[in-house]
Design a protein around this ligand. Structure first.
Ligand SMILES: *[C@@H]1O[C@H](CO)[C@@H](O)[C@H](O)[C@H]1NC(C)=O
Length: 406
């Protein structure tokens, strides 16, 4: 009885949310599959409301709620073209996806890709991403390593980053044990995973040049790259127009990763945290000029302040926010693929990073999906019936790029 009652309540809530979202949401006019987007947003809004209620009633944080309801995707073992094994890379849990060689493909070494899943450094897992990463392995023909880095807020920066770095170094060092050519290894990730991939690429290029072969590529799918300016045009718009990543939720993820002091959300959302650094060179790394060249470029003041209080100073650390890297550290990075979505608060992060990399002489392919939304490539992992055509296309572009450049 109780189960039926709960189901009815949930259905009523979802129906109400569908209607509310339908009435109040302004989707971009060119959005593809608008009905599905509205349905998806309604489900998202409903779960967010339940999550907030859960938090207000003192059961725990909203993030815990999302962790509890969990994501239970179809597992891939039925796929005979992939061999899937769980392992530990220098203490970091990983799942390895090895496509079975086609007959006649020869015994040559394969390419390798290290994948970092999204989820705001807080949510999701290798398990939840099983289907997506399996598809990437099948599509690219590369051995793909999916990394179970530890999550915030229990494990704040730099732990998730260091786990990703450790796993990547392990793979680079012992590639041949996995039948992989160490000179053909790339990193990739979506959302916070894109942040981790960019950070690992920066770190390997800067400090480990001699110890490991350089990475062959980095693929960043709607990545989160900076916590300095939450008022860029896409951020400013994202307070009202979004599908599944409202600005405050994303700022909350940044804070959980940084120091878990949630009372900072409001200050961050109006850029109060970096107001004193407006004339610093860091501000010039997040310059509107990169989005619209008719906007004059800002010139940093040599004497400007360039530090932040201890509890938030990692905002200026490029391994926390890769867009804070100096030009010299960007140059020499591997070939880069960046995907951005038009209605995503993170759109400008991706565009700015792509522009700065290009200016630093890196080969960049920036793919824009003007009517796309955050997370569209992997929505069906969370909710079975929400596979979007644009998400499939995005995955196809990623796979094509990796095949070509790895
Ligand atoms: C959280 O941030 C606020 C605002 O900066 C500060 O007053 C407070 O001391 C911080 N709390 C902790 C536990 O650091």
């Amino acid at each position: 009885m109780m189960g039926a009652c709960k189901t009815v309540t949930l259905l009523t809530a979802v129906t109400a949310a569908v209607l509310a979202v339908y009435v109040y949401t302004s989707l971009p006019p060119d959005v593809t599959e608008p009905g599905k987007v509205v349905m998806f947003k309604a489900v998202f809004v409903t779960f967010s409301l339940i999550g907030s209620a859960y938090e207000k009633m003192g059961f725990g944080e909203r993030a815990d709620f999302f962790r509890k309801i969990g994501l239970k995707p179809a597992f891939l073992v039925s796929d005979s073209n992939l061999e899937v094994t769980d392992s530990s890379f220098s203490g970091v849990q990983v799942r390895i996806y090895r496509p079975q060689l086609q007959e006649g493909a020869g015994g040559g070494k394969m390419a390798g890709l290290v994948y970092f899943h999204g989820g705001g450094w807080v949510l999701s897992s290798v398990y939840a991403y099983d289907l997506l990463v399996g598809r990437i392995a099948q599509g690219t023909g590369a051995v793909v390593v999916s990394v179970e880095y530890r999550k915030a807020p229990e494990h704040k920066f730099p732990i998730p980053f260091e786990d990703c770095l450790t796993a990547t170094q392990h793979f680079l060092q012992l590639a041949s044990e996995y039948g992989v050519d160490p000179t053909r290894i790339g990193v990739a990730g979506d959302s916070s995973g894109g942040n981790l991939a960019a950070a690992v690429a920066l770190r390997l290029k800067k400090d480990d040049k001699k110890k490991f072969p350089p990475l062959k590529l980095q693929a960043l799918i709607y990545p989160a790259l900076q916590a300095f300016d939450f008022q860029t045009p896409s951020w400013a718009r994202g307070h009202s127009v979004y599908v599944n990543l409202p600005a405050n939720l994303m700022i909350g993820f940044w804070i959980k990763y940084l120091n878990n002091n949630m009372s900072l959300v409001e200050t961050f959302s109006n850029n109060g945290h970096t107001a004193a650094l407006k004339k610093s060179r860091f501000a010039s790394f997040v310059d509107r000029h990169f989005l619209d060249e008719s906007v004059p470029r800002s010139t940093p003041d040599e004497d400007a302040r360039v530090d932040l209080p201890d509890d938030i100073k990692d905002i200026l650390n490029p391994y926390f926010s890769p867009l804070m890297a100096e030009d010299a550290d960007l140059s020499g990075l591997p070939n880069t693929f960046v995907t951005v979505c038009g209605t995503d608060v993170l759109r400008d992060d991706g565009i700015m990073y792509a522009k700065r990399l290009e200016m630093a002489g890196v080969q960049v392919q920036l793919v824009r999906y003007p009517s796309g939304f955050h997370g569209i490539m992997s929505m069906d992992l969370a909710l079975k019936h929400f596979e979007f055509e644009m998400g499939k296309q995005m995955l196809h572009e990623l796979v094509t790029y990796v095949r070509k450049l790895l």
